[in-house]
Design a protein around this ligand. Structure first.
Ligand code: DGY
Length: 322
């Protein structure tokens, strides 16, 4: 009898429960060493595969997609972001692309709040003082941060993650403002104040949290001109994609004191981030762990597998992108 389970190239090591389900439902080509494949390796390993299950660490641009074997019919990404995949090129080759929305909104929102709090309350410097045994004395004027409670939060991109961040921020009595391509429904807004342009939003953002996707249109969305529109002493937080921020402009504003601090979980050119960020005391930096909880990474894997299984059983996948 012919084996009908699809052959799936899985580019990174996934949680155990996800790999177990992969073994049951597919014929997976796993990556137990979790090495990031070169483009050549990826194309090579895809020979004879029916599908690829990549993460955002694999660049599936037009040239890579053009070099994939004809056997590949689906790319089910283990990520909500899909800036690493050329959707148009995939469509032209008849390859269905899916992502994993919804399941990581809570985890990512947690990290956005952590970054906001950590940046505002100088958590990085405080932790350093403890770890390097350089904490000398308590003082009324020592290590003063700025309070989060009651401040204005500007959200760029009021999608799923932005909405959860808004909800959590209300627990800190923050006044929520947002900019989005279009205004969201009043019940989803839950009192958040809509600004039709980013330029309108920025002056109302004591804290600015970025949640829009990386696209050619949002590249360096936060640049020097826009940073100048933020209130003096604002805090910038990014859990979306590094490409949305102009690093040089942000670093300049952190050095000049225009911004009080920045909390960043995503960067241009990860993991080789702009060295300027590391040198500054007023940055609170994390290594792209927005969705990194056990619960969420399982859920992302299962969601990618649900999409894969729909495609190979002739159903419309829930999270089709192209
Ligand atoms: C996502 O899902 O896009 C996260 O950034 C992890 O890849």
């Amino acid at each position: 009898m012919q084996e009908s389970r699809p052959v799936v190239l899985v580019t990174r090591k996934l949680p155990d429960a996800v790999e177990e389900r992969l073994r049951r439902e597919c014929r997976p080509r796993l990556n137990p060493q979790d090495r990031v494949y070169t483009t050549e390796e990826l194309i090579d390993l895809a020979q004879g595969a029916d599908a690829i299950l990549p993460s955002h660490t694999e660049q599936l641009n037009a040239s890579v997609i053009g070099s994939l074997p004809d056997s590949v019919r689906a790319i089910c990404s283990f990520s909500v972001g899909y800036d690493h995949i050329d959707l148009q090129a995939a469509r032209e080759r008849g390859i269905v692309v899916t992502n994993t929305p919804d399941v990581l909104s809570d985890a990512t929102a947690e990290i956005a709040l952590l970054l906001m709090l950590g940046a505002a309350r100088r958590a990085h410097e405080g932790a350093q003082l403890i770890r390097t045994a350089t904490w000398r004395e308590w003082s009324p004027t020592y290590q003063l941060g700025i309070q989060v409670t009651g401040k204005r939060l500007g959200i760029v991109g009021m999608g799923r993650v932005g909405q959860v961040v808004a909800k959590r921020a209300r627990g800190f009595d923050m006044e929520v403002h947002y900019h989005n391509r279009s205004r969201i429904a009043p019940d989803l807004e839950a009192g958040a104040i809509y600004h039709a342009t980013l330029e309108d939003l920025l002056p109302h953002s004591d804290f600015l949290s970025i949640h829009c996707p990386a696209t050619p249109d949002t590249r360096h969305l936060l640049n020097a001109e826009r940073i100048a529109l933020l209130p003096d002493g604002a805090v910038v937080v990014n859990t979306a994609r590094g490409a949305v921020v102009d690093d040089d402009a942000l670093i300049h504003a952190l050095i000049s004191g225009k911004l009080f601090a920045a909390g960043l979980d995503v960067f241009n050119n990860e993991p080789n981030i702009h060295p300027g960020y590391r040198e500054l005391p007023n940055t609170f930096l994390l290594p792209h762990i927005g969705s990194a909880t056990r619960e969420t990474r399982d859920a992302m894997g299962f969601r990618a597998l649900d999409n894969l299984s729909a495609i190979f059983s002739g159903r419309e996948p829930r999270d089709r992108l192209n």
